[in-house]
Write a protein that binds this ligand. Structure first.
Ligand SMILES: [Zn+2]
Length: 156
């Protein structure tokens, strides 16, 4: 009986590890898709900026970045940050992190960067938070949209 029990336990553990790995892979795929979406949005904004600049050229007007392209530029800033965050989260899923000094990809448990020697902080993995965020992502988006609608209604 004991042996069967042990086999059973080992099998359960193996299952758990497999599920965890699959889950991590799914999260990485989701994050990669999100990065691609952000990149596409940025491309779109670049097109809009180009169009605006050309229209100004046709009308022989000067273009003022602050005045004419502020909205587009801040949108690109936001999408770029999203991409950076997603890259960081993918690294964490691989138990890696980026050295804030030289941007090398290093193991999460390293206290010093093997590339530049910089001391590392916050070495504890924040995996649970990542899982939580990903699982709640859809709900979060809805909340954001709702918040926007409420904001718009108030402004009117
Ligand atoms: Zn470094």
């Amino acid at each position: 009986m004991e042996i069967i029990d042990k086999i059973g336990k080992t099998a359960t553990n193996t299952c758990k590890i497999t599920v965890c790995k699959t889950n991590k892979m799914a999260q990485r795929t989701k994050l990669k898709m999100h990065i691609n979406e952000c990149k596409e949005e940025i491309e779109d904004i670049y097109n809009k900026i180009g169009k605006k600049v050309y229209e100004k050229h046709v009308r022989e007007e000067n273009i003022d970045i602050k005045q004419d392209l502020e909205e587009e530029c801040s949108k690109i800033d936001r999408y770029s940050k999203e991409i950076d965050n997603s890259i960081e989260r993918i690294l964490m899923l691989k138990d890696m992190k980026k050295c804030p000094n030289c941007f090398s990809e290093i193991m999460i448990q390293y206290n010093f960067c093997p590339n530049c020697g910089k001391k590392q902080y916050n070495t504890k993995p924040r995996e649970e938070k990542i899982v939580e965020r990903l699982e709640n992502e859809d709900i979060d988006n809805t909340n954001e949209k709702e918040a926007e609608i409420i904001k718009e209604e108030k402004e009117e």
